[in-house]
Write a protein that binds this ligand. Structure first.
Ligand SMILES: NC(=O)c1ccc[n+]([C@@H]2O[C@H](COP(=O)([O-])OP(=O)(O)OC[C@H]3O[C@@H](n4cnc5c(N)ncnc54)[C@H](O)[C@@H]3O)[C@@H](O)[C@H]2O)c1
Length: 282
């Protein structure tokens, strides 16, 4: 799908990957970019920035900020209603907001429930809110941000890994079930990206889940090239243009995923070795 003249919603649009997506979609000529975030001031700042830059260039994108808590279904419904009222039907819904919680099975139920709501149920709420209208119109696009942790795993972070696997599973199911009705689905699975979540968010939230040998964020930082959010936005524009299901800004993730599928036990042994190395180096 080309982004030109499209109405796009981005959750988690106030920061990191979501903010880069908003800016890039505007640069691609989207008709409207709706910046949705729990951080209302941050969302407004991104939308204001886009509307101001519109004066400089002859762009036609209109940006709108909507304060949204994606873990509440009523907020997601209100976000879609507001978008439709101001900008028209949603062509591309980017369910991108996410949180990171580290630790293992011992993480408190409250942490598991919170991350399940944001990293999984928010995608369910988005699909419920937009898919029926997209089916009626015969077209529509969902971009769900999961993570390489949803295809592989994130050492030291069970709540994050498990919810991201669920996010991949949901995206896969939606793509199969609604593909023939004209609904496109892409699942974005980056590895390390230089954002507030990775640089500051993972480690403090990991500590709330109890003791662990090493911070989960350190694993991501140690496991390969760190991309900028703008690099991810570039991969998304390409992936959406080509309508590929998996969007992998770090191409090596495809290779790791292939290794896992080819010999799961060998892959598990390799991950245990990596874990040992990280604990030794912590
Ligand atoms: N940074 C990485 O290395 C990396 C790697 C793989 C996947 N991801 C995923 O990318 C997505 C974006 O993360 P990021 O790295 O840009 O982090 P970020 O912390 O910079 O941005 C996340 C945004 O989501 C918002 N948010 C959090 N909870 C929300 C809620 N309940 N409702 C609405 N908004 C909410 C935050 O306010 C923030 O603006 C997440 O789903 C994350 O899991 C990130």
């Amino acid at each position: 799908m080309e982004l030109d003249d499209r109405v796009v919603v981005v959750t988690g649009g106030a920061s990191g990957i979501g903010r880069a997506l908003c800016r890039r979609f505007a640069a691609e000529g989207a008709r409207a970019v709706v910046v949705a975030d729990l951080d209302a001031d941050g969302a407004r700042a991104v939308a204001d920035g886009l509307n101001e830059s519109m004066d400089d260039r002859e762009a036609t994108t209109r940006a709108l900020a909507v304060a949204t808590d994606v873990s509440r279904e009523s907020d997601v419904i209100a976000l879609v209603e507001r978008t439709e009222e101001v900008c028209g039907p949603v062509d591309l819904f980017c369910s991108n907001a996410g949180i990171a919680i580290g630790g293992g099975a011992e993480a408190p139920d409250e942490s598991w429930e919170r991350i399940w709501q944001v990293n999984v149920m928010a995608h369910v709420y988005a699909a419920r809110a937009v898919v029926p209208g997209m089916i009626a119109r015969g077209e529509g696009y969902l971009l769900n941000t999961a993570s390489a942790a949803g295809l592989l795993t994130n050492l030291g972070a069970a709540p994050y890994s498990v919810t991201k696997h669920a996010a991949v599973g949901l995206a896969e199911w939606l793509a199969i079930t609604h593909g023939d009705a004209g609904i496109k689905v892409s699942c974005l699975c980056p590895q390390g990206v230089r954002t507030a979540m990775l640089l500051g968010g993972l480690d403090p939230s990991a500590s709330e889940a109890g003791d662990q040998a090493f911070p989960a964020g350190q694993v991501v930082l140690a496991s390969g090239e760190m991309l900028e959010p703008e690099d991810v936005a570039e991969a998304v524009v390409q992936g959406v243009r080509e309508e590929t299901f998996l969007i992998l800004p770090h191409p090596e993730v495809a290779e790791y995923f292939r290794h896992k599928a080819t010999d799961y036990d060998r892959w598990l042994r390799g991950m245990r070795r990596l874990q040992q190395r990280l604990i030794a180096g912590a």
